[in-house]
Design a protein around this ligand. Structure first.
Ligand code: ADP
Ligand code: MG
Length: 603
């Protein structure tokens, strides 16, 4: 059945060729040719003038599965290709992503076993190419070529955004992960800092990535939990992923942009980010350490904000049910009663100086030998790894997560063997029951983090040293610049986006080694401030030439508020109000971005 042919152009040689039927149509037939980059689909028609070819780029494909007909006597085998191409919108500008499933019927042999072997060969070849396994016409394509399936720990905040994260898991995220043959364990968070605690104790070697379905705040917890581990240097390298289910989805906006996609919000952004997650390309990401007057140290991947931005973020909490629209309402309220804050801002400009940039139909067949999706009510934890079916997870600190339940998806890969099942369970340190108290020593001798009235006190100050900073009670180094003034806002940002549709740093990248420091001085009119934020949607705020706005790329900064009361946020999370300083640590973390692409600087 599989004819192999050679072609001269690189990447164009045909690895597999075959003729198959279609599904659900019983009469249509196709000739398929698979190359390293594309699947060529030629419809077989009696008249040559009706010649119809389509080319599916493998860059748009997330997975391929073999399937079996539910009609008992059928000897045909099937394979389905799941792709998510970007298509022009019918109305409006730009492109939007659509799910496309193409199912082919292998029916040239009399026995199911022979047809299944061919379907399996095609699915394996496609999955190998998606995973970056080199194939040629000479390769003997067997499942042994396939790398182990990815295992992701998926952390879902049911409180994030409008509280729809679990709904999105059902409708987009879990089906797409299953199509991409990615295994996952899903945990719903129960409270603030739950994930932060979890990160300190889990066995990271069991996961290929930690992915959050929430806003930026939950990833902030993940990053800081990892940095509180004694093995922080290794732990922080685990690939991190973000699926935008919150109200502030800045990092998701940045990931979407870095992949070259149009700026989108809501479900379109979620679809893009889930697609990118399935492609699982890793890019290094800068982190910034932030130290406060009380000696707390935290790690930030997004921003430090004081004044207008942090006021809007925190004061709009009460409109949380509105999703990201809460920021629009919050902005209007805060503009109406514009505040200014006195303070001192010091910074270390980059050596390059102030480099100013102006400014389906559903298929009724099911996976080989596996049950259809069991629509069980979702539990607090879900796994498709076939693991932890018993009540065998002992969570510390009286967590109420008790068990994980297996949900077999329609196309789920084979369940693990009992041995694998055991080893992929959460590896929490076994703590004897009764000793689960906040201030007890952990078995490894570490003192766990504690909560005090004024917030979270990290167990230890870990992480790389801040070699650019003087202690907060000493003057800043001589080569720093200091501005003392009345400010409307100070914003230090190290991603391109401040929100999914706030394109704050059009020339930035996830690892440009820069803190982009913005400040707006008192005196700006309300109208000019609104104009700035409206322009930020398209990233054209530098073109406003607003004399009150200053932008400077820096490596480190210190903020000393002199106004008694105010709000400071790190990655959208409120921290103690008072002096702080921060320094950039280039490429400390790794982010799942999906596409390796560095944007050229905007002129
Ligand atoms: P959003 O963008 O909607 O603000 P975030 O991811 O920033 O979403 O999360 C908001 C806050 O919710 C964060 O402070 C996070 O720590 C907290 N959080 C996480 N899980 C829970 C939970 N189960 N219940 C309440 N708050 C939670
Ligand atoms: Mg948030």
């Amino acid at each position: 059945m599989s004819l192999k042919s050679k072609s001269s152009a690189p990447g164009a040689e045909t690895i597999l060729h075959g003729e198959f039927g279609a599904f659900p149509s019983k009469t249509t037939r196709y000739a398929l040719s698979l190359t390293v980059l594309e699947l060529h689909v030629q419809k077989l028609v009696p008249k040559p003038e009706d010649d119809r070819r389509t080319v599916v780029s493998l860059s748009e494909v997330i997975g391929c599965h073999t399937l079996r007909s539910q009609v008992g006597s059928s000897t045909a085998a099937f394979f389905s290709l799941y792709s998510y191409p970007l298509k022009r919108r019918k109305m409006g500008m730009g492109k939007t992503r659509h799910r496309t499933v193409q199912t082919f019927r292998v029916d040239c042999n009399e026995s199911y076993a022979e047809n299944h072997a061919i379907a399996e060969k095609w699915a394996t070849a496609i999955k190998c190419l998606l995973a970056g396994v080199k194939l040629s016409t000479e390769t003997d394509i067997t499942s042994s070529l396939l790398p182990r399936s990815q295992r992701l720990l998926l952390l879902v905040n049911p409180f994030g955004g409008r509280g729809q994260a679990m709904h999105y898991c059902h409708t987009f995220i879990l089906p797409m992960l299953t199509e991409a043959s990615i295994n996952y364990n899903l945990i719903q968070t129960e409270r603030q800092n739950h994930v932060r605690e979890l990160m300190r104790d889990i066995n990271l070697s069991e996961w290929d990535g930690i992915v959050i379905a929430s806003g930026d705040g939950l990833l902030y917890e993940v990053v800081n939990g990892l940095m509180e581990r004694p093995d922080w240097e290794k732990a922080i390298k685990i690939p991190l992923g973000i699926l935008p289910c919150g109200s502030g989805n800045a990092l998701a906006g940045a990931v979407n942009f870095s992949s070259g996609y149009d700026q989108v919000i809501g479900e379109e952004l979620l679809m893009n980010c889930t697609f990118l997650l399935c492609r699982h390309v890793i890019s290094p990401m800068d982190l910034v350490s932030v130290t406060t007057g009380s000696g707390q140290r935290m790690f930030s991947f997004l921003s430090v904000a004081w004044g207008f931005v942090s006021d809007v973020d925190i004061e709009s909490e009460k409109y949380r049910r509105m999703g990201s629209a809460r920021f629009t309402i919050g902005t209007m309220v805060r503009v109406a009663s514009l505040r200014t804050y006195r303070g001192r801002l010091s910074y270390l400009p980059t050596e390059e100086g102030v480099a100013h940039r102006p400014m389906s139909k559903s298929v009724t067949i099911c996976a080989n030998g596996f049950k259809k999706l069991q629509r069980k009510p979702l539990q607090r934890t879900i796994s498709d790894l076939g693991i932890c079916e018993e009540r065998n997870v002992l969570f510390k600190r009286n967590s109420t997560i008790e068990s994980t339940n297996t949900v077999l998806m329609e196309y789920s890969p084979s369940p693990c063997s009992p041995a694998v099942r055991h080893s992929t369970c959460f590896n929490f340190e076994p703590i004897p029951e009764g000793s689960l108290c906040l201030n007890s020593m952990l078995p490894n001798g570490r003192v766990p983090a504690t909560y005090r009235e004024n917030g979270y006190i990290p167990a230890e100050v870990l992480g790389p040293p801040d070699d650019l900073l003087n202690p907060l009670d000493q003057p800043v180094p001589k080569n720093w610049v200091t501005v003392e003034d009345d400010f409307v806002l100070v914003l230090a940002i190290y991603q391109t986006h401040l929100g999914a549709d706030l394109f704050a740093v059009p020339f930035g990248t996830i690892n440009d080694g820069l803190i982009h420091l913005f400040f707006v001085r008192a005196g700006i009119s309300r109208a000019a401030l609104v104009r700035l934020f409206l322009a930020m949607e398209k990233g054209t705020h530098f073109e406003q030439e607003c004399q009150y706005l200053t932008y400077v790329p820096v490596k480190a900064f210190r903020l000393e508020p002199q106004t008694q009361k105010g709000i400071i946020t790190v990655d959208g999370e409120q921290i103690e109000y008072g002096p702080l300083q921060a320094q950039l640590h280039p490429e400390l973390a790794n982010l799942i971005t999906g596409v390796q692409r560095v944007r050229p600087l905007m002129k």
